[in-house]
Design a protein around this ligand. Structure first.
Ligand code: NAD
Length: 411
C-alpha cells in the first residue's frame, strides 16, 4: 500500500467520527504547497550528479510548518506527501503551535563523501531558502540526515537571511542545538509505554519488551525502559537480533554497538534471532523502532505480544491494524508515541528565538509533561468514544487542525 493511502484511511476514520464536512476534508487533505527541485552537484571526482529534492508543506493552520528532511534513495513525492500530512496531525496531537511539512532528497548518503553531502545540502537550501524559515517552515533531521546536515542548512540559510538559528532544528548542541533532543523520541516512547502499561493495569517491573531497531530511537527506548525495571528480552538491527529470556544487558549492548559502528552482529551476550522471529516473540510489549510497514497481513497473526508501541513511523499497515484491533491487541500509535522528537525540536526553536538556554532537566520535565497530557487526552477520548487509540489520536489531531482552519477563516 502506498504511504499516502494508509494516512488517508486513518484520516477518514477520524473525520467520520468528527463528522467533518466534505469541503473541510478536502481542504485538510490537500497540501498547501509541494515543491520539487533539481540539485546539480559536482562530485569529488569532478563529475556532475543531479539529484531530486522535495519539500511538501502540508498545513499551517496552527503555526509554522515543521517536519524532517529524509535522505534516502527511495524518497519520492508520494512518501514525502504522506509524511508531511502525518506531521500536521502529530504536532496537533501534542498541541504544539505548528503545522506539518516534510522533505527529502532521493540520495544514498552512505555513497557520498562528507563534502559531497555538504554540497548537496547547501544546493538544496539554495533552491528552497525562500520557502522555509523560522516563521514559515522549519526542517529537522530524519532518516539519513544528521545534526551536521542541520548545521549546514542553518549556515547556508544565514547567508541569505542573516543569523537565524530557529530556521532548522536538530542542530549539534555546540551549534545552536539543545541537550536532550537526541534522546527525546526514545524517552517519549519509553515514558508513554509506562503510561499505557499503568492504564492497562499491568505491573511495570519485569515487563518483557522486544525492540526492533537499535538506532537513535531503539537505544534510548531500551535504556529508558531498562531503567524502569522492564526486561528487554530482544533487540535487533538491520543485521539481525539477540534474545535472552531473563533480559539482555542493554548497557553492555550499547557499549558493543558503539565499538562496532553501531552494529550488533558479533555480540555474544544473547541468543541470535532474526527480525522475523523478533516480531513473533512471546513478550508483553513489541516496539518496532526501525522501518515502516513491518507488520502486515502476512505476519500480523504471528505476533504474540498483546501490546504494540509504534516507535517507528507507520510500522503497522492498515490491514494489519484491523487484524490487531479484532484480536484485542493494543496499538499505541506513531503520531502520539514518537512525538517526543518534534516536541524537543519545538523546545530548540523556542530557545533559539529567545536566545535563552534551558538545562537538560527542564527539557526532560517539559517533554514528559506535554506527552503525558497528550496521552491522557487520547486515552480518555478512546474510552469515551469506544474507538482505538489510533482513531482517538487522529481525532484529537485532525479535530484541532479543523477547528483552527475554521477559526482562521478559509478564504
Ligand atoms: P536510526 O537510523 O538511528 O536507526 C534505525 C535502526 O533500525 C538501526 O539500528 C538499523 O540497523 C535498524 N534497521 C534498519 N533496517 C532494518 C531492518 N530491515 N530490520 C531491522 N532493523 C533495521 O533511525 P531512528 O532515528 O532510530 O529512527 C527509527 C524510526 O523511528 C524511523 O521509522 C523514524 O522515521 C522514526 N522516528 C524517529 C525519530 C527521531 O527523532 N529519530 C522521531 C520520530 C520517528
Amino acid at each position: 500500500m502506498r504511504s499516502s493511502e494508509a494516512t488517508r484511511i486513518y484520516f477518514d476514520r477520524a473525520a467520520d467520527e468528527l463528522d467533518l464536512s466534505d469541503s473541510i476534508r478536502r481542504l485538510l487533505l490537500t497540501a498547501k504547497r509541494e515543491v520539487q527541485v533539481q540539485i546539480p552537484v559536482e562530485l569529488d571526482s569532478g563529475e556532475v550528479a543531479t539529484y531530486i529534492g522535495y519539500r511538501v508543506q502540508h498545513n499551517d493552520a496552527r503555526g509554522p510548518m515543521k517536519g524532517g528532511l529524509r535522505y534516502h534513495p527511495q524518497v519520492d513525492l508520494d512518501e514525502v506527501r504522506a509524511l508531511a500530512a502525518l506531521m500536521t496531525w502529530k504536532t496537533a496531537v501534542v498541541d504544539l503551535p505548528y503545522g506539518g511539512a516534510k522533505g527529502g532528497i532521493a540520495i544514498d548518503p552512505s555513497r557520498l563523501s562528507l563534502r559531497e553531502l555538504e554540497r548537496v545540502t547547501r544546493r538544496f537550501v539554495d533552491a528552497i531558502h525562500d520557502l522555509i524559515g523560522p516563521d514559515v517552515d522549519i526542517p529537522a533531521p530524519d532518516m539519513g540526515s544528521t545534526p551536521e546536515v542541520m548545521a549546514w542548512i542553518m549556515n547556508q540559510y544565514d547567508k541569505y537571511h542573516g543569523f537565524s538559528p530557529a530556521c532548522v532544528t536538530g542542530k549539534p548542541v555546540d551549534y545552536h542545538g539543545i541537550p536532550g533532543r537526541d534522546e527525546a523520541t526514545g524517552r517519549g516512547v519509553g515514558s508513554l509505554t509506562l503510561k499505557l502499561l499503568s492504564r492497562l493495569g499491568r505491573r511495570i517491573p519485569g515487563t518483557r519488551v522486544a525492540i526492533q531497531g537499535f538506532g537513535n530511537v531503539g537505544t534510548h527506548t531500551a535504556k529508558f525502559l531498562r531503567d524502569a525495571e522492564c526486561q528487554i528480552v530482544a533487540v535487533s538491527d538491520a543485521h539481525g537480533g539477540f534474545h535472552r529470556a531473563d533480559g539482555l544487558d542493554i548497557l553492555d549492548m550499547l557499549r558493543f554497538a558503539q565499538a562496532h559502528a553501531g552494529r550488533l552482529d558479533g555480540y555474544t551476550g544473547g541468543d541470535a534471532l532474526t527480525n522475523v522471529e523478533l516480531l513473533a516473540l512471546e513478550c508483553d510489549v513489541l516496539i518496532p523502532a526501525a522501518l515502516g510497514g513491518v507488520l502486515t497481513t502476512a505476519n500480523a497473526a504471528t505476533v504474540r505480544a498483546p501490546i504494540i508501541v509504534e516507535a517507528a513511523n507507520a510500522p503497522v499497515e492498515p490491514e494489519a491494524d484491523a487484524v490487531f484491533e479484532e484480536r484485542g491487541v493494543t496499538v499505541l500509535p506513531d503520531i502520539l508515541v514518537n512525538a517526543g522528537g518534534v516536541t524537543a525540536s519545538y523546545f530548540e526553536w523556542v530557545q533559539n528565538r529567545q536566545h535563552y538556554q534551558w538545562g537538560i532537566n527542564r527539557v526532560r520535565q517539559e517533554l514528559d509533561r506535554i506527552l503525558a497530557e497528550a496521552f491522557e487526552q487520547v486515552w480518555q477520548l478512546s474510552m469515551s468514544r469506544k474507538v482505538s487509540l489510533r482513531t482517538a489520536a487522529y481525532m484529537v489531531g485532525v479535530g484541532r487542525v479543523a477547528r483552527a482552519t475554521v477559526l482562521g477563516g478559509m478564504t
